[in-house]
Design a protein around this ligand. Structure first.
Ligand SMILES: Nc1ncnc2c1ncn2[C@@H]1O[C@H](COP(=O)(O)OP(=O)(O)OP(=O)(O)O)[C@@H](O)[C@H]1O
Length: 735
């Protein structure tokens, strides 16, 4: 993009000596924006947007243009809007300043210097510009919303997204708008026997006189039956999938046993099964849900729920598609094939890993949903949100911990489930949205003796700083069998190499006492070397081999927080490549070859032509040259094997040269790892403080580990520092 011209040039000294002139003089403001762009503190896009506003309305006050530049900039950082009061309180947080400081000479003035003396009233007054700013619907490019004390400036499209999401959810929460038969179906006394059958009480009574502990899964299922919108949130292994499979069984059983409507000729039609669709934001997350849902549906006890249990089982789908595929994404446009005028042909939609869904996608999804259809969102509210603007699930679930169920909801739940809610979760003032949200609170994967579970809980706890540090230290020193705490010095190439190659099992307290052990990358590279079929073997043998290599690759992943630096993706990718080459597990000709057998790659952009989605992982493998397949002449070439991620176990073989947007994934950022899990995850923290290290990032990294976690500290204090820092997302959803 070429930079639009600066309206007039302002002498650079003016900027250094009196930077506050940028607030009253447009050329000075643009000179300042240019300096910020040159330093990477602001995006070119933000500057271009501001120049566009200036062209539209040349006398727009500089204070308005500054707010517009900063509002635009927030979108690239996950915020939906600019919170003016917060920006005045901490101006420097509005730009992308390098966390380690800008060491280059002659840095431009910081926002805190420019905005000295600016108060909220003056800023808000400058935004009174009817051609550019409105307080609601209209055609202006900007919208000023929020309260007088906390005004929020939006780019119109994002304001509209939030409005649409809010309106559509409110509509869905209104049960009175449901047809009478659907309302009757939420009759608690009719639900009770079905819920009792689907959620039997554990036979072993591990409870005291107070009665059995509340089964939140049963309560969540009941709440989700009541409305056309429901959220089930919970940490890893708390039973989100378990609950939703039972919810689908309940809804489908009811549909299949409903009185069939009469046809025109008086003959009853067969009962109509619900059209249920399952979706997830990434191909990887879709494949994972597909696997766990298929397992659960196959073993679900359905006796007593339907006359024909097998027919019911078959009517619960297990195929999961990506949201893009479901909505019908089209290359090079933000528009989808499905929208309100061409709604999705479905009755129930379940979206997993909803924490990764940004405002734009959520608005599109709600727009494409037919009015009577149900939407059930599943996800972990404590995980990192999407890198795109908006943390919709986190916003919706802001009050989930406290429940806020009204007495009416509590009473209904007693009748529907036979369970009383804990008094701490009741609130006579609870809002309609609260009644549709359930938080699962018991992990069935990470029990009390799991260090992964304990560490995740300690990082997430809302304790005061010293108590939190204490708890985290206790967990790390406890000696849990599944948790290794490793400290690596910056120059400890051998320690890093050992971790990457072998997984450093010797650092786990139970090493040697279990039949299986945590692995490193040697595992998948050995499977690749040892299980390769002969060149003359049929294609199926190569597909089978690729599946085994991909599965083995999922047994270990090095995760990190940053992209740059020795402990970021770039540094680690290179250092680990050298380590693997040193062990003769790969041969990249000392890094001269970009493509080599064993190179794992991550797709970084959707490629509709190849059917690959952002986040897909493939492994480069050596296969026989097509011309040499039958002659055994040893000619080979490299192809990258990807799982089809479409509910089948198909393998897609892609020529490396066709892959435009991929990167080596010997190390992966935690952001990119969302929606994936690894048998052994090694989370490497950087050696210097960095604001990107937050509680959400550490929690997300830790919970990528299914069985073993190695926490690697390379400096001092980064873990404790991060545990105290929360991601702050500015938005208007969820209060
Ligand atoms: N009430 C329960 N009693 C015993 N085991 C359970 C219960 N609920 C779930 N599980 C088991 O716990 C494991 C995790 O459950 P599930 O996959 O439903 O959780 P999830 O929240 O969807 O997990 P994920 O983090 O993978 O999304 C499964 O093996 C499941 O069978």
């Amino acid at each position: 993009m070429t930079m639009p011209p600066t309206p007039q040039s302002a002498p650079p000294d003016t900027l250094q000596q009196t930077p506050e002139r940028a607030l009253s003089d447009t050329p000075t403001l643009f000179a300042l924006l240019d300096r910020w762009v040159a330093r990477g503190w602001l995006r070119r896009l933000d500057r271009a947007f501001t120049a566009f506003l200036h062209r539209e309305v040349p006398d727009a006050p500089p204070l308005l243009l500054l707010a517009a530049a900063l509002a635009s900039h927030q979108l690239g950082r996950g915020h939906v809007c600019l919170d003016l009061a917060q920006t005045l309180a901490t101006p420097d947080l509005a730009l992308s300043l390098p966390p380690e400081g800008d060491s280059l000479e002659d840095p431009p003035p910081l926002p805190s210097r420019v905005m000295t003396g600016l108060d909220l009233d003056s800023w808000r007054t400058a935004l009174t510009q009817p051609e550019l700013v409105a307080s609601g619907p209209g055609g202006t490019p900007l919208v000023l919303a929020g309260s007088r004390e906390r005004p929020r400036l939006y780019l119109r499209r994002y304001w509209q997204y939030e409005q649409d999401i809010h309106t559509r959810i409110v509509e869905r929460l209104d049960n009175d708008a449901l047809p009478a038969e659907a309302r009757a179906a939420t009759d608690a006394t009719r639900l009770r026997p079905v819920l009792d059958a689907l959620f039997p009480q554990p036979e072993v009574a591990d409870h005291d006189d107070a009665g059995p502990p509340l089964d939140w899964q049963k309560a969540a299922c009941a709440l989700a039956v009541r409305a056309r919108f429901a959220v089930i949130t919970g940490g890893p292994g708390t039973g989100k999938t378990t609950t939703v499979v039972r919810l689908l069984a309940l809804l489908q059983a009811r549909a299949l046993s409903a009185n069939p409507p009469a046809q025109a000729d008086g003959e009853p039609e067969g009962p109509r099964a619900l059209r249920i669709r399952l979706a997830a934001p990434t191909g990887k997350a879709a494949a994972r849900l597909n696997e766990s849902i298929a397992g659960q549906v196959a073993t679900l006890a359905l006796d007593g729920l339907a006359d024909d249990a097998e027919r019911l089982r078959e009517a619960i789908p297990t195929e999961v598609s990506t949201l893009h595929r479901l909505l019908g994404s089209r290359p090079d446009t933000r528009r989808f094939r499905h929208h309100r005028h061409n709604p999705l042909p479905l009755d129930v939609l379940v979206v997993d890993e909803a924490s990764m869904v940004d405002v734009g996608m959520m608005a599109a999804l709600l727009d494409a949903l037919p009015p009577q259809a149900r939407l059930v969102l599943l996800g972990d509210k404590d995980q990192l949100a999407s890198v795109e603007a908006g943390a919709v699930l986190g916003d919706l679930c802001a009050r989930a911990e406290g429940g806020h169920y009204t007495p009416a909801t509590a009473e209904w739940l007693v009748q529907a489930t036979g369970q009383a809610l804990p008094p701490a979760t009741l609130d006579a003032e609870g809002e309609p949205l609260d009644q549709a949200i359930a938080m699962l609170r018991v992990s069935h994967r990470f029990t009390a003796d799991s260090g992964i579970g304990q560490l995740a809980a300690a990082i997430n706890a809302d304790f005061e700083a010293a108590a939190k540090r204490h708890t985290i230290r206790d967990v790390l020193n406890h000696g849990y069998a599944d948790l290794s705490h490793l400290k690596l010095a910056n120059d400890d190439e051998r320690g890093l190499a050992r971790l990457a190659v072998t997984g450093s099992p010797e650092h786990f307290p139970a090493a040697g006492r279990t039949t299986t052990a945590p692995m490193g990358y040697r595992h998948f590279l050995s499977v690749m070397a040892e299980q390769r079929p002969a060149d003359s073997a049929p294609q199926e043998a190569f597909d089978h081999w690729a599946r085994q290599v991909l599965t083995a690759h999922g047994d270990f992943q090095l995760l990190c927080a940053l992209r740059r630096g020795p402990w970021g993706v770039e540094g680690l990718n290179e250092r680990v490549r050298q380590a693997l080459e040193g062990e003769k597990l790969i041969d990249s000709q000392q890094g001269r070859q970009r493509w080599y057998a064993g190179r794992p790659v991550l797709v970084t952009k959707n490629d509709y032509g190849l059917g690959l989605m952002n986040g897909d992982i493939g492994i480069t493998l050596e296969v026989p040259h097509p011309d040499a397949a039958n002659s055994d002449d040893g000619r080979r070439l490299l192809r990258v094997a990807f799982p089809a991620n479409d509910g089948t176990d198909r393998i897609k073989w892609v020529l490396p040269s066709r892959l435009q947007s991929v990167e080596t994934v010997l190390a992966m950022t935690v952001h990119k790892s969302q929606g994936s899990e690894f048998t052994h995850a090694a989370l490497v923290l950087p050696d210097a403080p960095n604001p990107i290290l937050t509680r959400e990032l550490i929690y997300t990294g830790i919970t990528r580990a299914r069985r073993w976690l190695t926490l690697v500290e390379t400096g001092r204090g980064q873990l404790m520092d991060a545990a105290q820092r929360r991601v702050m997302r500015v938005s208007g959803l969820g209060g």
